[in-house]
Design a protein around this ligand. Structure first.
Ligand SMILES: Nc1ncnc2c1ncn2[C@@H]1O[C@H](COP(=O)(O)OP(=O)(O)OP(=O)(O)O)[C@@H](O)[C@H]1O
Ligand SMILES: [Mg+2]
Length: 408
């Protein structure tokens, strides 16, 4: 196999994935197919494309390690069973990627399964030149092919809201984002909508500029190029978008901005984690409305329960596929004064999904140092791993809308 994505990465590049996303990458199993695709690329002088030997196995390895290209060609020759391989690719492939498959099996049921999985086309080898050209033109949007209605696989949106101030919402949001990126190898966008605090950046040890202000005020200027520039890499798969409210010049939020921004982020990240303000503002309501999963962080205090009761109408009547999670943080902090979990659940008429113990030495020292507490040991880290898994029932499954499981 020729060089993988990571081999092409210059070490000086501080935000490799976003900027290095290739337009088109092919992974084929034989030299004849490699040559045919290379000719096509050369004929059209297409920039930012590459062809590798290695088939779908190499594509999976590359997508697991790096940002996927915008369009992908994979060779299914020798991929047995092809369905399993395609499922694996779907797990690691970025959402929104267009895929063309080639192979040596002229099999109607395979073709049908691949189409159902959202693969754009399947060509049987040897690749007839005209057919390959037509399929690649279609894949890459060259010569204005007839627009096909494709159900794209989109990233999942998780909004985290705290009840009372300081309950730990930002801690949960940043660690969830970090955990999905580092333990689950997903590409994650963390959106810090709490425009007064800059807390996500502090907890992850990165400095952000005020890009979110521009995005929220002038959504017509947000496109993928803007996001490539604005998102701050926190590590290989985790990117942060944040902004600061200026007391003298408050942000005038365009009501279309958040849906537009989230729509764009969902196309290139597996998860969009939102740290939402708990002020009941329009932005917070939108963030809850647009989320697939809403994680509410509370503790065992009256203040928290009162805020939860006020928040409740926004969580009731979830749309199809929308889930609510109650995360009880700081368990043990109030000692005997704590409101019992049963009483709390009865009052808010919801069940607690996960609990996190109070452990100031670990949690506070990690956040002060700009290190996710989940990256270390201790009771909070252990509990946050459980939060990651508790949300996992729906959250960590690969989205099924586009790449449905084959063979069913
Ligand atoms: N389980 C815990 N045990 C001990 N300290 C914690 C725990 N969870 C969070 N903290 C600490 O509590 C403080 C507030 O946490 P955080 O900023 O996450 O709360 P928040 O709800 O986002 O606050 P805000 O209302 O300011 O947005 C931080 O110093 C954090 O480290
Ligand atoms: Mg916060």
């Amino acid at each position: 196999m020729t060089a993988m994505f990571s081999d092409r990465k210059p070490e000086t590049d501080s935000r490799p994935e976003v900027q290095r996303r290739e337009t088109f990458t092919a992974y084929v199993c034989d030299e004849a197919s490699q040559r045919a695709i290379q000719h096509y690329i050369a004929d059209l002088s297409l920039p930012n494309c590459s062809v590798h030997l290695g088939g779908i196995a190499a594509a999976i390895t590359a997508c697991e390690r790096e940002a996927s290209p915008q369009a992908l060609l994979v060779d299914l020759t020798d991929a047995e069973p092809a369905a399993t391989k395609v499922n694996q690719l779907a797990e690691f492939c970025d959402p929104g990627v267009s895929v063309l498959a080639i192979g040596d099996r002229n099999d109607v049921s395979l073709f049908r399964d691949l189409m159902r999985a959202g693969v754009r086309d399947y060509l049987v080898k040897p690749l007839p030149r005209a057919l390959l050209q037509e399929a690649l033109n279609d894949l890459l949007g060259i010569s204005a092919p007839v627009e096909r209605v494709l159900t794209q696989r989109l990233g999942r949106v998780v909004t985290v809201v705290g009840t009372r101030g300081g309950v730990g919402a930002t801690t949960i949001a940043t660690n969830l984002a970090w955990g999905l990126a580092n333990h689950k190898h997903r590409r994650v966008a963390l959106l810090d909508l709490d425009l007064t605090s800059h807390a996500c950046g502090l907890m992850l040890g990165v400095t952000t500029d005020n890009a979110l202000r521009e995005a929220l005020e002038r959504p017509q200027r947000i496109d993928s190029l803007f996001l490539d520039r604005a998102m701050v890499p926190c590590d290989q798969r985790l990117y942060l978008l944040a902004g600061m409210e200026d007391a003298d010049d408050p942000i005038k939020i365009d009501p279309d901005a958040l849906p537009h921004l989230i729509g764009l982020l969902r196309k290139s990240f597996h998860y969009v984690i939102i740290d939402a303000p708990r002020t009941g503002s329009a932005l917070m309501r939108q963030a809850l409305y647009l989320a697939g999963d809403r994680a509410i962080v509370l503790d065992q205090t009256m203040l928290s329960i009162r805020d939860m009761v006020q928040l409740k109408p926004l969580l009731d009547k979830p749309r199809e596929g929308q889930e609510n999670f109650l995360i009880l943080n700081r368990v043990g902090e109030s000692g005997k004064e704590a409101i019992a979990i049963k009483a709390l659940e009865e009052t808010v008429e919801m069940k607690i999904s996960a609990t996190v113990p109070f452990d100031a030495p670990n949690a506070v020292s990690a956040s002060n140092a700009g290190i996710p507490v989940l990256s270390g040991a201790g009771p909070v880290s252990k509990a946050l791993k459980n939060v990651l898994e508790a949300l996992g029932g729906t959250l960590l499954e690969p989205p099924k809308r586009w790449w449905q499981r084959l063979g069913k």
